[in-house]
Design a protein around this ligand. Structure first.
Ligand code: HMG
Length: 378
């Protein structure tokens, strides 16, 4: 039975910051951010958006009544959730009026959560071929003002429907994964911002990639030449390229050119949105599918998922017949092009404006937020 991605969509908040402006204000050469890091813009979440509303807005853009009738499992991957106990998915279940006879859970393993959800969804669909699974991957990435991670922040969500006989991409059965207890990036419960050992995290991302890729090749007998493209978890868009370059020599000249060309297209939305943690790999996949017209049904796409701490997985999917008819390229481009630019001081103000932490009632003015679903208060 083919199981995989039947629908995929995303949502990013309506505000963004230009990385050239950020660099100028921080006294850094803009090329470091736009070329060295590979980020052009960064989505900024207003106080009226949180990981729940971002996810609900993403799901709203792809679900129809038939999906709502068949979805009986909702998995919400996040590392910036709003409650230690209650799943963020329950709020989305309510907001989208999903059916009562559904299971809802939240998954956390840094940026790896949504990949875990996909693999669990495969098992669920194998046992229940008529059902559909909604996967939400939603985060707001915060490192702090004037930190070296500042340029790698972002905000947004990806929503995916997983089903049997999927319209977009079937997920192949073989995948290789790896876990090791490392402190490259973490956010303890007392902190609003993540702690990171930046250089070490880059090294570990690449080391985990090389290991999972080596195992994948050994266990499948597939080679680089068998891939039309490889999509990466993109904490910033230079990161995947650094990993790809370490294995490129395994492929023919034609394969190297193809993978590099497709890598460029796979970062289209990520370089305008920034790191959305667990949704980043899937935003990259969406960029590739929307922007690369030369892909064909039957093409194999590799996917490298990395979640600090750390768990990594390499797996693959096969594009389905007429998959292009099930994408929303114009709507996705419109979502990004209609955003409003913030000055650096407006961004700093938005960054510092956070919800009260003492549990008090709080109302927010949502008239300036064009999203269908907003945080109106606590
Ligand atoms: P940094 O120290 O500010 O930057 O930190 P740098 O000095 O390493 O420079 C970055 C690049 O810019 C270098 O290129 C420079 O050469 C280049 P590279 O050698 O790496 O190819 N550069 C220039 N290029 C053009 N013109 C110039 C110029 N100047 C310099 N004028 C760092 C960068 C990414 C470490 C920092 O932003 C950071 O700590 N970010 C957060 C951590 C992160 O994103 N880690 C990625 C791997 S871990 C991961 O992916 C998991 C994660 O998503 C979390 C999760 O799983 O939940 C983070």
């Amino acid at each position: 039975m083919k199981i995989g991605i039947d629908k995929i969509g995303f949502y990013a908040p309506h505000l963004y910051l230009d990385m050239n402006q950020l660099a100028l204000h921080r006294g850094i050469e803009p090329e470091k951010f736009t070329i060295g890091i590979g980020q052009e813009e960064m989505a900024v979440a207003p106080i009226t958006q949180d990981p729940v509303t971002l996810a609900a807005n993403a799901a709203l853009r792809i679900l129809n009544d038939d999906d709502k009738e068949k979805i009986d499992l909702i998995m919400f991957g996040t590392e910036s959730g709003i409650d230690h106990s209650k799943s963020a998915g329950i709020y989305v279940h309510h907001l989208l009026n999903l059916k009562e006879s559904a299971r809802v859970i939240e998954l956390k393993q840094a940026c790896y959560g949504a990949t875990a959800a996909i693999q669990l969804a495969k098992g669920h669909i194998a046992l229940n071929p008529e059902s559909k699974v909604l996967i939400l991957a939603s985060d707001i990435a915060r490192y702090g003002l004037k930190t070296s991670g500042e340029v790698t922040q972002g905000a947004g969500a990806v929503a995916m429907v997983i089903s049997a006989a999927p319209n977009i991409m079937s997920i192949e059965d073989k995948s290789t994964f790896l876990t090791s207890d490392i402190m490259d990036f973490w956010r303890p419960t007392y902190s609003e911002e993540a702690f990171v050992d930046g250089k070490y995290s880059n090294e570990q991302y690449i080391a985990f990639f090389q290991e999972t890729w080596k195992k994948y090749k050994a266990e499948t007998n597939l080679q680089l030449n068998d891939f039309a493209a490889i999509c990466y978890h993109l904490p910033y868009t230079k990161m995947g390229l650094k990993a790809l370059r370490t294995v490129l020599n395994d492929g023919s000249k034609g394969t190297q050119d193809r993978l590099l060309r497709n890598y460029e297209l796979s970062k289209t939305y990520n370089k305008l949105v920034g790191n959305i943690y667990t949704g980043s790999l899937y935003l990259s996949l969406l960029s590739l599918l929307d922007q690369q017209k030369d892909l064909k049904p039957g093409d194999r796409i590799g996917l490298y998922s990395y979640g600090s701490g750390a768990v990594a997985e390499f797996f693959s999917g096969i594009l389905q017949p007429e998959y292009q008819d099930h994408l929303q390229k114009e709507e996705n481009e419109e979502l990004l092009s209609s955003r409003k630019e913030l000055s650096v001081s407006e961004y700093e103000e938005a960054f510092l404006k956070t919800l009260p932490q003492n549990g008090e009632n709080f109302e927010l003015d949502i008239k300036n937020d064009p999203a269908v679903i907003c945080v109106a208060g606590i």
